[in-house]
Design a protein around this ligand. Structure first.
Ligand SMILES: [Zn+2]
Length: 466
């Protein structure tokens, strides 16, 4: 049997207003080639000017990832030719990166070490069409943080958990929206197999551009099977870079792996060393907000939520914010958490949202017995689709629950009078008939009777009135 060794390399776009080395806008989705200038197009004679905001964000992310910050780090040129890299080199950090030696702790307590975090610039984007390849340089020079892990990950599940945690940290710190669909967070994974228990690592392959959590898991599972088959047949693993075909769920060879010396790294002559002082680091440290795992712990401690619920509420920062906002208006954390976890999130997945005020109003109606839980779910969906307030929907649909004892008694008396034979059977011991009576009351009230109250009155009438 073989066990996998996995390492990840993740690129995260930093949410700055302008690019890394020029004042062009850093903005996603603009018309192609509108945010460009001679600097990011690499015209001869232009010089880069460092965007300090990008340094701040990268440092914030590094500190949130428990990294040690190098107070002096250097920029380097990584030379390679590619159509979407007009300079013919990428400005990155090589020998001494911004930060090293961090980690993320998984739920099971295992720490996945982060080897380094460095700043670099993004390339442009090639768009392949039937008539040829088009190039959009808007992304060229957008600031990135690249995070490289140690090969500490031992399953596709751990890889996915690590990436989820990293994404949450990037979002909670406000460093990036880490939207994988937009390519604002991109992941490469390397994987090798070794005989179980062996300490010697096997030959690894790297899979590029895994742009969703699902693809990461699929690509790793595929690589494990592929390599396992080769090793069992006594064949050799070729060290190479592979792509992932998401339609077929398979990886395929792209090119043989480059070595660092292929890039002819050398120090960037146009930028001075990046020097950070203590007061800068202290300022950044104090600006790091509560992170998702800290919030989860607080939700469990303060509101008595179980771990699973807390984790669902903190998975997206906006959901956690929504929970806390609504809690100010509806002070029943466990009930509220359950509503959000189930009903609100179901709507959220369809891009439907309700306001804190409206949800609090709805749940208060339920607590007051004016609306059944079942009907409340219906109203909630209507609220999200129409934007109307719960009271208006309840009125329009005539959903107000009958919770007034006097009117219910009248209806129950009528039902009892109409079914003397069943009443007799019930009183002789056929208790299962309770369901029939409840059903009749519901029918009479078109489902609007408060079921708890109906049960209570029925028991009273049938048991005592002999
Ligand atoms: Zn520019």
């Amino acid at each position: 049997m073989f066990e996998p060794t996995i390492g990840l390399e993740i690129h995260i776009q930093l949410q700055t207003n302008s690019k890394m080395f020029c004042s062009c806008k850093n903005s996603y989705g603009d018309p192609p080639n509108t945010n460009i200038c001679p600097v990011c197009l690499g015209h001869p004679g232009t010089l880069p000017v460092l965007n300090w905001e990008a340094v701040k964000l990268a440092t914030k992310l590094a500190l949130a990832l428990n990294c040690r910050i190098n107070k002096e780090s250097y920029f380097a040129r990584k030379n390679y030719f590619y159509p979407d890299l007009p300079k013919g080199y990428q400005i990155t950090q090589y020998k001494k990166p911004l930060a090293e030696d961090g980690y993320i702790q998984l739920k099971n307590g295992k720490k996945i070490r982060i080897k380094r975090l460095h700043i670099e610039e993004d390339s442009g984007k090639s768009i392949h069409t039937e008539n040829g390849t088009l190039i959009d340089f808007n992304r060229c020079g957008v600031p990135l943080a690249e995070i490289v892990t140690e090969p500490d990950i031992s399953s596709p599940e751990e890889a996915v958990e690590f990436l989820h945690a990293l994404r949450k940290i990037a979002i909670y710190t406000g460093v990036s929206d880490a939207d994988m669909e937009k390519g604002n967070m991109r992941c490469d994974a390397n994987l090798s197999l070794k005989p179980e228990g062996s300490s010697e690592l096997g030959t690894k392959t790297e899979v590029k551009n895994l742009n969703s959590f699902r693809f990461l898991a699929k690509a790793l599972n595929y690589e494990i099977k592929r390599q396992e088959k080769l090793l069992k047949e006594g064949k050799r693993i070729v060290q190479e870079t592979r792509g992932f075909d998401s339609k077929r769920g398979e990886t395929f060879p792209m090119r043989s792996k480059e070595e660092a010396h292929d890039y002819r790294y050398f120090p960037e002559p146009d930028l001075p060393p990046l020097i950070l002082d203590n007061s800068f680091l202290e300022e950044i440290k104090s600006s790091i907000p509560e992170l998702h795992w800290q919030r989860e712990e607080r939700f469990m401690r303060e509101f008595g939520l179980d771990e699973e619920t807390a984790s669902v509420l903190c998975a997206e920062k906006e959901i956690g914010d929504f929970f806390e906002e609504t809690l100010k208006l509806y002070n029943n954390p466990r009930d509220l958490a359950n509503w959000i976890k189930t009903e609100v999130l179901k709507l959220w997945k369809e891009n439907l949202m309700v306001s804190s005020e409206a949800l609090a109003e709805l749940l208060t109606f339920v607590d007051q017995g004016k609306l059944s839980r079942l009907k409340a779910k219906e109203v909630l969906e209507d609220m999200a689709r129409t934007g109307k307030s719960p009271s208006i929907i309840i009125e329009e649909k005539g959903l107000v629950q009958i919770s007034d004892e006097e009117s219910l008694r009248k209806i129950i008396d009528r039902v009892i009078a109409q079914n003397p034979d069943k009443v007799e059977k019930y009183r002789k011991g056929k208790k299962g008939l309770m369901g029939f009576f409840v059903g009749q009351v519901m029918k009479e009230t078109r489902g609007k009777a408060n079921p708890k109250l109906v049960n209570k009155i029925l028991v009273e009438v049938l048991e005592n009135d002999k």
